[in-house]
Design a protein around this ligand. Structure first.
Ligand code: ZN
Length: 487
């Protein structure tokens, strides 16, 4: 049976996503948001939770939250309230976190949205339960000697950094759908310039609730899976967890409600020791902060300044560039990729050709190197130049594939082709000489072809290519061979 598919059961997955927002300063104070600064240098009495300090809401963070809420078709509440979530942990100097919670009287920033995802059976709407704002905690650093933790240090630079939490309804039906959803959500956040969306850097963090049930039954017992640091990890961790729960249920055993962590190296989820679910956080309204009031005018302003979102972009690619839904989905899965695509098409107006390179060889290179396209030094005019070289017959498609890694690492295609002597041979006399040599050396293949064995021609073309180190113009080679073979 395929992994991550539970025949006879329905898979139910809901996601909780924490988004680090691109603000200059923290959620409730003027400390800068920055990485790599020496520990505890970006702090003040507010984010250290010193007595008597008073928080002030970051307007920019609220705006970014509202942009997201509107883009996800949520109901934005005219007045929303911050709450204190009380618990004790060394990275939380106040012993409470300021966050928003879903109470009828004090709603979070926004609720009841929707985001569509492509599935093999067409597009499907995934419910967004809520979008709320909160602050990040500090960070514990464990000092290890001889494999044992000797002591722990705490860095409060991250304490108070603005976070947005996006919670979905349990509408996802497979680990693949969870991955696709997260990828679409990331594209929306990138288009809105709300977040970099880089999971590896922690600016997008995802937890998942997973359960199985017999179709029509009530929801089964769920586990919460944490510590997934890439889209790939999300799909693999959830696949493992679905398989694990199915095996338990088929043996007649119960799934325990617990928090499980994904171990990337061993590719398993394991139960954490602490029974985190048992905690009672005692939420209550934050007395030091006034409610966030969003009037119709502010909301209208935000709606009017939203950029083109991935869904609209996808439709435009289908309508104006004539691309398939599938291609358009791939290209709009990342804002950087979509921008790169459009800029290349502006310089080299053949959308399908550009799309094939970007979603094929370029994507494979990025995947193998573990980088995003926008982290590479290549620019759209480099790619356009390479495509023009192919079109002009200066290089073959095969040579283009060969030089692509250099181009992606920043080299100019024309320079690589010249330096490495890869200019395509389109000189008929020069090629004719090679073709005659090959025919003289392989009389067997020549007579096979004349006897009707078409594959023999492919062999002969291959031989010419070998002799010219792939530089021969393939169309010309084909024509010359056919002429000489009397076809
Ligand atoms: Zn501060």
């Amino acid at each position: 049976m395929a992994r991550g598919v539970a025949v006879g059961y329905e898979v139910v997955i809901g996601l909780e996503i924490h988004v680090q927002m691109l603000t200059r300063t923290k959620m409730f104070c003027a400390c800068p948001v920055a990485f790599g600064a020496p520990p505890n240098t970006l702090t003040c009495p507010v984010c250290l939770g010193l007595p008597g300090s008073l928080p002030v809401i970051n307007r920019r963070a609220v705006e970014l939250g509202l942009r997201t809420a509107v883009a996800l078709n949520c109901t934005v509440h005219p007045a929303s309230q911050f709450h204190r979530k009380n618990y004790y942990y060394p990275d939380l100097p106040k012993n409470y976190q300021i966050t928003q919670y879903r109470y009828k009287v004090h709603p979070p920033l926004a609720t009841d949205g929707v985001l569509e995802i492509p599935t093999p059976d067409g597009r499907r709407a995934i419910g967004i339960r809520r979008v709320h704002l909160e602050e990040d905690t500090g960070r514990l650093v464990h000092a290890v000697r001889d494999g044992r933790v000797t002591h722990s240090l705490v860095d409060y630079n991250r304490s108070g950094v603005p976070l947005m939490e996006i919670v979905t309804e349990p509408d996802l039906r497979s680990p693949q759908e969870a991955r696709v959803f997260l990828s679409r959500l990331r594209a929306v956040l990138q288009a809105l310039e709300v977040s970099t969306g880089r999971m590896e850097e922690g600016s997008l963090r995802c937890d998942a609730n997973v359960s199985l049930r017999r179709p029509g039954d009530a929801l089964g017992t769920r586990t919460e899976v944490k510590n997934m640091n890439s889209l790939r990890a999300v799909e693999r961790a959830l696949t493992y967890e679905v398989d694990r729960q199915r095996a338990l249920l088929e043996r007649g055993e119960a799934v325990e409600q617990e928090t499980r962590h994904w171990d990337e190296r061993r590719e398993v989820t394991f139960a954490s020791r602490a029974k985190e679910e048992a905690q009672d956080y005692r939420y209550f309204p934050e007395p030091d902060l006034v409610p966030i009031v969003v009037d119709a005018r502010w909301l209208e302003e935000i709606r009017a300044t939203l950029p083109e979102l991935p869904d609209a972009r996808r439709r435009r690619y289908v309508e104006t560039f004539g691309l398939s839904e599938y291609d358009a989905d791939l290209l709009t899965s990342s804002a950087a990729l979509a921008r790169f695509f459009e800029e290349t098409v502006r310089l080299y107006p053949q959308p399908k050709v550009v799309c094939n390179w970007l979603t094929g060889d370029v994507a494979a290179f990025c995947h193998a190197e573990g980088v995003e396209l926008d982290e590479l030094p290549v620019t759209p005019d480099h790619l356009a130049e390479m495509l023009s070289l192919i079109e002009a017959g200066t290089i073959s498609g095969r040579i283009a594939k060969e030089i692509l890694p250099d181009v992606l690492r920043g080299a100019r295609p024309r320079a690589v082709v010249e330096e490495r002597g890869l200019v395509q041979i389109s000189d008929e006399a020069a090629l004719a000489a090679v073709v005659d040599q090959v025919l003289a050396e392989h009389p067997g293949a020549a007579s096979e072809y004349r006897a009707g064995k078409v594959q023999a021609l492919t062999f002969l073309v291959g031989q010419v290519m070998r002799r010219t180190r792939g530089r021969a113009n393939p169309e010309l080679v084909n024509r010359l061979l056919r002429e000489r073979l009397g076809a």
